[in-house]
Design a protein around this ligand. Sequence first.
Ligand SMILES: Cc1cc2nc3c(=O)[nH]c(=O)nc-3n(C[C@H](O)[C@H](O)[C@H](O)COP(=O)(O)O)c2cc1C
Length: 166
Amino acid sequence: MDAIECLKSRRSIRKFKKQQIPREIILEILECGRWAPSGVNYQPWKIFIVTNPEFKKKLAKCTNYSKIINNCPSVFLIYLDKTIEYSYTKQVQSIGAFFENFLLSIHAMGLGGVWIGEILNQKDEVDKLLDINDPKLEFMGAIALGYPEEIGKSFRKPLDSFVSWI
Ligand SMILES: Cc1cc2nc3c(=O)[nH]c(=O)nc-3n(C[C@H](O)[C@H](O)[C@H](O)COP(=O)(O)O)c2cc1C
């Protein structure tokens, strides 16, 4: 798939096959994630990969999207590592770039996933589950990953609703 087609055809996937994801595929996805751009190339991400069903059940209680978490084979918990002091905005933007690289790479590989932000209001609970007690680490969101069972529809606003030529 070429890059343009990949980014236009990517959709959030919320229903997954039972099939597990081989470790080498997970490593290749992370490899694509780590090539995301970041401010001053600080690469401020830290990733926790959850495949254990019991752990996933506990994690699922932290979001209204518990069904997605329980039914996908793997969940990636994306943290911002603030050890290096730098613009908070640019650090968060770098994490966004990581998310997007991740989502595009899984689509290109025939997998699917969804960015789950509706877990951040229980970020303290997520920290507790991971036994994280470090103010330098901030939870930024999750990605549920798997082989797509169903591909949803989406839409975009027309260009002229948000673009101005100066
Ligand atoms: C910051 C962010 C948070 C999101 N949080 C959720 C979420 O909690 N649950 C969910 O089902 N989708 C979530 N999404 C996915 C969006 O709903 C989805 O990207 C949007 O509706 C466009 O659909 P598409 O990705 O299929 O093109 C989130 C996306 C972003 C960028």
